[in-house]
Design a protein around this ligand. Structure first.
Ligand SMILES: [Zn+2]
Ligand SMILES: [Zn+2]
Length: 389
């Protein structure tokens, strides 16, 4: 009797290097720290349950049966948006493969030249032009990539996130390019739900007090006091947060950019992503195309992919990777001699990253002469490669 070994299929989410947790075989993705997220769910579900238990029966009979119906619809809407924000990929960028990281390091070292011992090497920065504005692409030492414009590394999730807004412990996830609109709609609908419950809880107390007195009403419905208190304190924070994000959306700006003052007058930089029109900015942020995840979390790792019979015998062990086929800087799977320089890759990504017509065509020709000597060295590398061919 021969023993048959059945290899377990390994999906890419199992090998992702960031500090995320996954469930449902990679379909659900969250940050590792989820304590505050459970508190959010508890507060919403708890407050709504008290409202349905204490106020809704009375209000449905004495005021209108539409009150509990609308509350249920709003509650389901809030929960759906919360789970959509919390359980999705916010726009995590895959890290560079080892060979790609080596290639980038080589290019950077060649560009920087020999830095004398004791001197700090120059900062790893590339410049791209977006809508007439020079934007710096910073190198991420953890992910080994030059981050696309507006991306930032979340220290809690340990990932670079595209159009990073902020890490929100209340939703237990980063808020970025792929889940920002759901996060905003969540805060907006939660504001409405809080105002709704707060208002009708007070209406309920007033109506019952007329019949049976204020003290008797509070004794009969002890949950009402708790509800009013929770809603009162939630109102300030949630409504304030919604107002703040409405302001950011009208400017097409992220929280991260606002905190850093990226486009403040101090730096004399204009926000190159803004259409200078509130309606256009809102449309782009809230109604723009939905971006697919570039992580391919449920894809099989290279070792588990089916190998064609002709090449099975000469298979080359490929390091396990989280890389997808999606074009990301600088992870282009191109032959070395055809591989563009990092600045070119970044520009190409900047071109692809947004449907905004304003952002298009920062072509290599349009890149201003990069003030740093890196460009000259890069050019010399490309010329040397061409000569070698
Ligand atoms: Zn990073
Ligand atoms: Zn995060």
């Amino acid at each position: 009797m021969s023993a048959v070994m059945i290899a377990r299929k390994v999906r890419k989410w199992e090998k992702l290097p960031g500090k995320n947790t996954f469930c449902c075989d990679g379909r659900v993705m969250m940050a590792r720290q989820k304590g505050v997220f459970y508190l959010t769910v508890f507060l919403i579900v708890g407050t709504c349950s008290l409202f349905f238990a204490f106020e809704c029966p009375y209000l449905a009979i004495h005021l209108s049966p539409a009150i509990p119906v609308f509350a249920i619809v709003l509650f389901l809407f809030v929960m759906a948006l919360l789970l959509r924000t919390s359980f999705s990929d916010p726009g995590v960028l895959p890290r560079a493969l080892p060979e790609e990281a080596t290639f980038i390091e080589m290019e950077i070292e060649a560009a920087n030249g020999n830095v004398p011992a004791g001197q700090r090497p120059p900062p790893r920065i590339r410049n791209v032009q977006i809508n007439g504005q020079i934007v710096k692409l910073k190198y991420c030492y953890t992910c080994k990539i030059f981050r696309p414009p507006r991306a930032s590394h979340c220290s809690i999730c340990d990932n670079c996130v595209d159009r990073f807004d902020h890490h929100c412990p209340w939703v237990g996830n980063c808020v970025g390019k792929r889940n920002y609109r759901y996060f905003y709609l969540f805060t907006l609908s939660l504001s409405l739900l809080t105002i709704y419950i707060f208002t009708f809880a007070i209406v309920h107390v007033v109506m019952r007090s007329v019949d049976s007195g204020f003290v008797k009403t509070l004794q009969d419905t002890p949950g009402t006091v708790l509800e009013v208190l929770v809603c009162f304190f939630t109102l300030w924070s949630v409504v304030g947060l919604t107002g703040f994000h409405s302001y950011l959306i009208s400017l097409n700006q992220t929280t991260n950019e606002d905190i850093k003052g990226s486009w403040s007058g101090k730096n004399r930089l204009q926000n190159p992503y803004s259409h200078k029109n509130i309606v256009k900015n809102c449309c782009e942020v809230l109604c723009g195309p939905a971006y697919p995840s570039v992580l391919d979390r449920r894809g099989l790792t290279q070792d588990d992919l089916p190998v064609p019979a002709s090449t099975a015998t000469q298979s080359n062990p490929v390091p396990q990777t989280t890389k997808t086929t999606a074009p990301l800087i600088p992870n282009e799977h191109t032959p070395d001699d055809a591989k563009p320089s990092i600045a070119d890759s970044a520009i190409a990504h900047a071109e692809k990253r947004s449907p905004s017509p304003k952002e298009k065509s920062p072509t290599p020709a349009k890149v201003p002469p990069l003030a740093s000597p890196e460009t000259d060295v890069e050019a010399s590398i490309i010329i040397a490669k061409e000569k070698a061919l």
